[in-house]
Design a protein around this ligand. Sequence first.
Ligand code: TXA
Ligand code: MG
Length: 339
Amino acid sequence: METKIYKANEIDAAAQDIVDGKLVSFPTETVYGLGADATNESAVKQVYAAKGRPSDNPLIVHVDGPEMVKTYAQPLSAEAQKLLDTFWPGPLTIIFNLKPNVLSKTVTGGLDTAAFRNPNNQVTLSLIRKAGVPIVGPSANTSGKPSPTIAEHVYHDLNGKISGILDDGECQYGVESTVLDMSTDQPAILRPGAISAEQIEKVINKPVLDQRVKVADSQVPKAPGMKYKHYAPNAQVYVVDSPDDWKDAAEWAKKQDHNVGVMAVDDELKSIDWPDNVETYSLGNDVLTASHALFAGLRYFDNDSTVKSIFAQGFATNGIGEAYMNRLNKSAGQKHFKA
Ligand code: TXA
Ligand code: MG
């Protein structure tokens, strides 16, 4: 089966695939998702198979608005309602307690909760409406690889394994949504994303826990997905924390008998006379453009098997920098360059 590319004027055909229990990749403002009818058990099972995703890692349920959530979730708290009013549609995924027996264990990984997200992409909102069902969607990459930010990335990983890809160009943010657990009295961020803890705290007027530290060590992490190897290209990635380190990184690269990739903002790229065995990839000019370009850059170097090491620029962990560094540290297996 050759995977079809649907353009934005072919949403009807894509929606029919979803209704027929087939898999369609859909665009969002964060990354491309791998979609299936959330109410169709066998379709949802195929999502895990196509990605090679461990079955204990639950999926996000994408909805066309708050009404669809109410069909599945227990009544929302006033705080939760405020969050939806403020951030939806947008890159905030919220975990709610479920009504009994409304979603299959395949979707929830056997939990009594589910993650809901109302993506800010008109094509996908229209897809959900036309299909008439919520659409589950992990990121549309092979498990362990960087998330896809253009339709070509999805095609590279999943051609032949899914029915279609709904192509709406480049994703705006390039890093996945913030995952916020609202299923207990203590709101907690399970995955940083484009919406920061400070933004959330302002709206609900109460502190938001950061549960990622616990998640990393515990056997049963709150967000099961956080325990797996993630975003890893073929080459070994090293984070370069300070601009002062680029000179030493270039020296190190020069001594290697393999090619080295460098991902940094234009000012850093221009500041160094790179040796011949270095190939550069621009992260634009700040942390926002870098977040947008990170996964595409990691994938770019996968096309060249002679590149065996990648240096990637680190940023301060405020605003979207927190999500950027979370993804970059994972792709680097926490390895940082030291001169
Ligand atoms: O931006 C995004 O969120 C993208 C686009 C496609 O919407 N989706 C995405 O999905 O990143 P995925 O499956 O790659 O990541 C979902 C994360 C995983 O870490 C998963 O373990 C966690 O959310 N998760 C899902 N349901 C959960 C639940 N009920 N409780 C705790 N964590 C949950
Ligand atoms: Mg993912």
